[in-house]
Design a protein around this ligand. Structure first.
Ligand SMILES: Nc1nc2c(c(=O)[nH]1)N[C@H]1C(S)=C(S)[C@@H](COP(=O)(O)OP(=O)(O)OC[C@H]3O[C@@H](n4cnc5c(=O)[nH]c(N)nc54)[C@H](O)[C@@H]3O)O[C@H]1N2
Ligand SMILES: Nc1nc2c(c(=O)[nH]1)N[C@H]1C(S)=C(S)[C@@H](COP(=O)(O)OP(=O)(O)OC[C@H]3O[C@@H](n4cnc5c(=O)[nH]c(N)nc54)[C@H](O)[C@@H]3O)O[C@H]1N2
Ligand code: SF4
Ligand SMILES: [Mo]
Length: 768
């Protein structure tokens, strides 16, 4: 079979029926198989038992919250958490010899799975101009090289500082401090491609960008919506919370283009009931929605609620909440009443009667929570969709009280914390003022570049230095061909990483690999053994203690790398005690205490079991918008235009990957084995397109520019996705997402809304 360079190899594809339940015993056995392959049995056991426990290591996987101390299971982790931690704790090592054997050109032809499989990076490496190999470099020379490049820039804005959400609070705080002391707000992050739409919509309507619910709220809700998320794979312990909610009487409505296994039934591996028996049905209603139809769905639902109020005045809406806490209700209501059911049907595939059933569920419920993730944020109208979800919650006062609220389900384990620490190209003045007060330098005020704008600026030759703190920017960003060309225009690209990935191989003229400790590892500094802190999706800030021996004795912690680099670059220019920070992370937390509201007395309070829950003003009845009230909004929708014979493609995660890093070619719950180059299409669409199961097709992107975007040779799998849509894995399909196809206002790539046609590959070519 054909395989473009840099893509995953393909074995023979086997397809089995999709699973109807998630996370029972086979899931645990499956994780153990992966971990046994990566580490020794003993080490795995030690790690996993400390995972997500008080005083233990925080799972490096997703940002789902831990139950309160005293309510945790002995095994407080999921199958995928076990895989993520073992992927870091692997016994494999990338050695000097490895880089002698493999040129950069060779490595850039390798797949992400292969690169990751080589194991942990062990020492700093440099690729010099006109040279095709990485070679060892000392830490001191590496810092010297980076500092010289930075200091030779015509403007600090010729550098960008990218962060991925696995970085700790301490590392993130130091990173943004360094960037701003250096003189730029160019701080793009993975969140620009993840929940940026949530941040924008929540900020605008509620005055705060974070979710409002806790685990306790979820456990005690009457009705929970799961919109555009796949918890069985991406937030498996959310299923435990949903199970608990259901045992307490909650109903769950899942809204998705795919009937994901985790939405249907859950067998809890931590309970006998989950080992035998049928498990718990998760979704009481599964709403099989057309791709991108969620705004229309919530608007239809809102119209029905307004009409129910007309029929029973004073009994449906929470007038007290609307009167005292919100503005814009009249304009919103007027607009919502005008939406047409034909239009809603076209956008959602759902009838008024089907939506009326959801209204009835809502009317029976006192406490409603809406959870959402990438199926909502990664569409062109992601921001208005979330604004409409806020409208929905506010109609019945489902904000700021127990068991109710908004729950954007975050991705990376500390992506929310990184933002709290100032990783954002648009940090508000209050934060910048606090930095100035604390450190005595004037941070730049002009907004910096986000992820998409970074690529645009690179393409125009305006960026000379790229420094990445974790992540895999080249592979996470859209429009691979454009992004890779853009990255190669840099004079220097440098990555602080645990493992090898494509961003090390598609690099600038000079490139640095700065290998670092993972979260699982012990971190000794001048001031003794250190721990770090992270913030989960529910705004709980807690500690994470590494337990393992570092993968190599040449590794430095993220904080140490950043502090040394900052000292070398800035000399004595700013009054930041970098050396003290490196020696004792408590000194960093002391400063954070004085800068980040809610983290006062950080060191003392975070030491308590369970840590600190950052206050959310909404839960105190305060809406810090300019008007001091929550805003009802009017949201028009514009469905993506999908020409005849085309489909709307979503690019999503398999069960066996961590973002840009596939672990295996399998996606067990969806019944896909042996190959990731598959495209899932509704059988009726296949008939209409004249394609049959197993056909080989190129996915060809259709966009307003003249560029042809083609992902070659995918195998067609008939799958119950909604009519008109298709699904294929990220990052293989990254090449199809146009850089300029972004969500309105949030500038987030529309990774779930890519117009494609399926072009059959000539019979002989598929075998080539
Ligand atoms: N194992 C594992 N866990 C992870 C990750 C990982 O890669 N692997 N990544 C982490 C990160 S960074 C993130 S952000 C999260 C992502 O968590 P998710 O958002 O669950 O991730 P995706 O795989 O992108 O799945 C999106 C879901 O939305 C649905 N969907 C797509 N389009 C639509 C639509 O228009 N409407 C509706 N209603 N549904 C739609 C898809 O069918 C799919 O179920 O997971 C985190 N957890
Ligand atoms: N088409 C499409 N594109 C997408 C998405 C999509 O759904 N579809 N999802 C988007 C989303 S939600 C996200 S969050 C981004 C993800 O984008 P990123 O966060 O940039 O990507 P990851 O794949 O999580 O990064 C993995 C790399 O991080 C490094 N790493 C791992 N742990 C550590 C650590 O502890 N410290 C350090 N320093 N490095 C570490 C390793 O070198 C590893 O190779 O991708 C986005 N891109
Ligand atoms: S649900 Fe998320 S945080 Fe919890 S163990 Fe699984 S991957 Fe880790
Ligand atoms: Mo994410």
């Amino acid at each position: 079979m054909k395989k473009p360079p840099g893509e995953e190899p393909k074995d023979a594809l086997t397809v089995t029926p999709p699973k109807k339940w998630a996370a029972g015993v086979p899931a645990v056995v499956h994780a153990l198989e992966y971990s046994l392959e990566q580490t020794s049995v003993g080490k795995t056991g030690v790690d996993l038992l400390t995972m997500n426990q008080v005083g233990g290591v925080d799972c490096p996987g997703c940002a789902w919250a831990d139950p309160a101390p005293g309510h945790r299971h002995r095994n407080e982790y999921c199958e995928n958490g076990a895989k993520h931690i073992n992927d870091e704790a692997t016994g494999r090592r990338v050695t000097d010899d490895f880089f002698r054997r493999h040129s950069v050109t060779d490595l850039s032809g390798r797949s992400g799975m292969w690169l990751n499989h080589q194991g942990r990076l062990t020492r700093p490496m440099v690729k010099r101009p006109a040279c095709d190999h990485y070679e060892p470099i000392s830490w001191s020379d590496a810092f010297g090289l980076l500092a010289d490049e930075l200091n030779s820039l015509a403007s600090p804005d010729e550098a960008v500082f990218y962060t991925s959400g696995r970085a700790s609070n301490e590392a993130a705080f130091v990173f943004q401090l360094f960037a701003r002391a250096f003189g730029t707000n160019n701080l793009p992050d993975c969140s620009n491609m993840c929940h940026e739409s949530s941040g924008f919509a929540l900020h605008e309507t509620l005055g705060t960008g974070k979710g409002t619910v806790s685990l306790h709220d979820l456990h005690h809700a009457d009705l929970i919506f799961l919109v555009g998320q796949n918890p069985g794979t991406n937030h498996p312990r959310q299923l435990s919370a949903l199970e608990q909610a259901k045992l307490n009487g909650a109903r769950v409505i899942a809204v998705n283009t795919l009937p994901e296994a985790g939405l249907l039934r859950f067998k809890n591996p931590q309970k006998a009931r989950g080992v035998i028996g049928h498990g718990v049905q998760i979704a009481d209603r599964f709403v099989h929605i057309r791709a991108g139809g969620d705004l229309a769905l919530f608007q239809g639902l809102n119209r029905l609620l307004l009409e129910a109020e007309d029929a029973r005045p004073g009994q449906v809406l929470d007038h007290e909440f609307i009167r005292s806490h919100t503005s814009g209700f009249e304009a919103f209501a007027e607009h919502a009443r005008t939406i047409g059911w034909q239009d809603v049907r076209a956008a959602t595939g759902l009838t008024r009667d089907q939506i009326a059933k959801l209204r009835d569920d809502v009317l029976r419920s006192e406490r409603v929570i809406v959870c959402w993730a990438m199926g909502v944020t990664q569409h062109k109208h992601g921001v208005p969709t979330i604004r409409e979800i806020v409208n929905f919650l506010m109609l019945r006062g489902n904000l700021g009280r127990a068991g109710a609220g908004a729950c954007p389900v975050r991705g990376h384990s500390n992506v929310q914390g990184d933002r709290t620490m100032g990783i954002w190209e648009q940090m508000p003045d209050a934060f910048l003022d606090a930095l100035r007060e604390e450190f005595g330098f004037d941070p730049p005020r002009a907004h910096g570049l986000d992820s998409v704008n970074t690529i645009r600026a690179m393409r125009e030759g305006r960026i000379k230095v790229f420094l990445g703190l974790a992540g895999n920017f080249v592979r996470a960003a859209p429009d691979s061909a454009v992004t890779e060309d853009a990255m190669r225009t840099c004079r220097l690209t440098a990555h602080i990483s645990t493992k090898l990935n494509r961003s090390h191989t598609v690099c600038g003229e000079t490139a640095l690999i700065l290998p670092t400790l993972g979260r699982t590892e012990r971190d000794f500094q001048a001031g003794g053994e250190q721990f770090v802190t992270v913030e989960n999706s529910m705004s709980e800030v807690h500690t994470s203690h590494g337990r393992l021996k570092p993968a190599s004795n040449l590794l430095l912690s993220e904080v140490a790398i950043l502090c040394r680099l900052a000292r070398r670059t800035l000399g004595g220019e700013v009054a930041v005690p970098w050396e003290e920070f490196e020696g004792d992370y408590g000194a960093i937390r002391d400063r954070i205490s004085r800068i980040v509201p809610g983290l006062h007395d950080f060191n003392r309070r975070v030491a308590r079991p369970g840590g600190i829950r950052l206050p959310n003003p909404v839960n105190e009845g305060v809406f810090p918008t300019p008007a001091g009230k929550a805003l009802f909004t009017r949201n028009a929708w514009e469905m993506p235009e999908v020409p005849r014979g085309h489909l709307l493609l979503q690019t999503l995660r398999s069960h066996d990957q961590w973002n840009t890093v596939p672990y295996t070619p399998n996606d067990r719950y969806r019944g896909i084995h042996g190959s990731r180059r598959v495209v899932l299409v509704n059988p009726d669409d296949l008939t209409e397109l004249g394609l049959s199961e197993g056909a080989h097709v190129d996915l060809v992107g259709v966009w307003t520019d003249a560029t042809e975007r083609r992902a070659e040779d995918f195998e067609v799998v008939p799958y119950p996705t909604t009519r008109g849509s298709a699904a294929a894995y990220y990052p293989e399909t990254q090449i199809l997402v146009p850089l300029d196809s972004v969500a309105d206002t949030s500038n987030q790539p529309t990774s779930k809304g890519v117009v494609v046609r399926l072009e059959p590959v000539a019979a002989g070519a598929a075998q080539g």
